[in-house]
Design a binder for this molecule. Structure first.
Ligand code: PEP
Length: 273
């Protein structure tokens, strides 16, 4: 049974003085059976969020994640953060977010190296993939995402098991839906989640084992009002939430809906036996 995960990407919002309060308030309002929660604040707020969550029973079970990591461990990279620096601060990390592909020119090959550093450091990666609007309109969405996966995962050809051990999560985030208020249709996002598992399986060898249990999240303007569209789809295992993840009521609604998905999966597993 694949997990149900709601991950919050706070992007460049919050400060070390307010992030802890927001994290604990969200934690207290989203304690729902069967839903894994992850909060990814800016680097400078990681310690505040970690400490605030540790200081309250409501924070138990809420993971902390970074929004990025460098592709080298140390070196002359001014302003960058290496994976081992995050150990103790975060247990998750987002890699390949479309805003970094756009603003920092990150390529699939570079993102693959980031994945490698994250996994070596024991961080659980959320790998973002997704097509541009013109690519979707041209019917190329599945092809684009498959190419991204191939490029990001190529370096693991000798050991795809490392990705499985690390608990790789893929977030399908159509670029045209991020921060725009425009969402994909649930059925289209589910088809993309299936295509993502098929693309990973198509990489051959040990990738087949990874694909079978690969959690795939949807991301792109998810709110409490739109969450059901995605979380009702059996192929979709949760959401990566940006703008709405800064709002307590939105997160409460999204995680509550994810709880229904988790309960449905538990019931189905009981019936299956
Ligand atoms: C994101 O940042 O990954 C995201 C999906 O943002 P938003 O929910 O704001 O579209």
């Amino acid at each position: 049974m694949r997990p149900v995960i709601i991950a919050a990407n706070w992007k460049m919002h919050t400060t070390p003085s307010d992030a802890g309060d927001l994290a604990t308030t969200i934690a207290a309002r989203t304690n729902v059976d069967g839903v894994e929660r992850v909060i990814c604040p800016p680097f400078v707020c990681l310690a505040a969020v970690r400490d605030a969550l540790a200081a309250t029973p409501a924070g138990a079970g809420v993971g902390v994640g970074a929004q990025n990591v460098h592709h080298e461990l140390t070196g002359a990279y001014t302003g960058e953060i290496g994976a081992t620096m995050l150990v103790g601060l975060a247990s998750w990390v987002i890699v390949g977010h479309s805003e970094r592909r756009r603003d920092a020119g990150e390529t699939d090959e570079l993102i693959g190296r980031k994945l490698g550093r994250a996994i070596e450091a024991g961080l659980r990666p959320i790998l973002c993939v997704g097509e541009q609007l013109d690519e979707r309109e041209a019917g190329q969405a599945e092809m684009v995402v498959a190419a991204q996966l191939r490029g990001c995962l190529a370096t693991f050809a000798a050991d795809p098991g490392a990705l499985e051990t690390a608990g790789l999560v893929v977030a399908y985030e159509p670029v045209w839906a991020i921060g725009t208020g425009r969402t994909a249709r649930g059925s289209d996002a589910a088809a993309m989640a299936d295509a993502i598992r098929a693309a990973v399986r198509g990489l051959g060898g040990g990738f087949a084992g990874l694909a079978g249990e690969l959690p795939v999240l949807y991301g792109g303007s998810v709110t409490a009002a739109t969450a059901a569209e995605f979380l009702a789809e059996p192929a979709i295992d949760g959401a990566l939430v940006g703008g709405a993840s800064l709002k307590v009521e939105e997160m409460a609604g999204i995680v509550a809906r994810a709880g229904l998905t988790a309960a449905g999966r538990r019931a189905a597993a009981r019936v299956a036996g």
